[in-house]
Design a protein around this ligand. Structure first.
Ligand code: SAH
Length: 231
């Protein structure tokens, strides 16, 4: 089995990169795909860059060029659910592209016209594994399951949080997950998105992000490594 692991930023992949046994690096279009083993499991690790398009390109390459069997995403996010604190874990049950807006044609927000699915379901077994590993490491009060919202927006306002909660009822928001999910849905690959909270998507979000990105990235990485032991 070959596992694809994606993170958006250096902070989110650097620790896994340092701990893996690297066999080779292949560069495609500026993205570096690191192939090797981590905790004895075969992986391809890639830093996809920020935003939905970068994440879609990398997920597609990971699946088409490397033929990975499953896709795991590790990273940080802004909390939307007020019960979720910095450092807590969110495991995706499903994901929505919150910035998709064809409401002028009568569609609901987040609905992609002419597609049967706009809410992409994560793989149940991967979700279960991620949840168990997360609870083992962080305790059940710090682990949340639910919808993750993605868009090409760094959310940093209470009004936007309220709109996202009222419209989609998401647990957290970030900029890549739903596009990875979209690609995995189209190409029929099981996936799960793991996020640890770096900020609360409010007016302090940018400052909190800078302060907590490393800690949150480390938390998410712990889940990925715990999951590897389960394969
Ligand atoms: N400070 C960075 C930009 C970070 S963009 C720089 O200058 O390079 C935020 C990244 O973290 C994205 O990859 C996104 O997935 C995630 N993220 C964390 N908090 C977020 C929030 N409040 N809104 C949207 N994305 C968030």
């Amino acid at each position: 089995m070959l596992l694809g692991i994606i993170g958006a930023m250096n902070e989110e992949v650097i620790q896994l990169k340092e701990e893996m046994i690297l066999e080779n690096t292949r560069e495609i279009g500026g993205y570096n795909f690191f192939k090797g083993t981590l905790l004895g499991k075969n992986i391809v690790l890639v830093e996809c860059g920020i935003g939905k398009v970068n994440a879609a390109i990398c997920s597609t390459l990971l699946i088409q060029e490397f033929n990975v069997d499953k896709v795991l995403f590790t990273g940080v996010a802004g909390a939307l659910n007020p019960e979720i604190n910095i450092g807590d874990i969110v495991v995706s049950t499903d994901l929505v592209e919150h910035d998709f807006d064809a409401t002028a044609f009568g569609y609901d927000y987040g609905v992609i016209p002419r597609m049967e699915v706009s809410k992409f379901q994560a793989d149940k077994d991967l979700v279960e594994l991620a949840k168990n590993v997360a609870i083992e490491n962080f305790g059940k009060n710090r682990v949340f399951m639910g919808t993750i919202l993605s868009g090409d927006v760094f959310v940093a306002s209470p009004d936007k949080i309220k709109w996202l909660r009222d419209t989609f009822n998401g647990e957290c928001t970030e900029m890549e997950g739903a596009s990875v999910a979209h690609v995995c849905h189209i190409l029929n690959k099981p996936f799960v998105i793991i996020r640890s909270i770096s900020d609360k998507a409010n007016h302090d979000a940018n400052m909190n992000f800078d302060e907590f990105v490393k800690l949150a990235a480390q938390n998410s990485k712990i889940i990925i490594e715990g999951m590897l032991k389960g394969f």
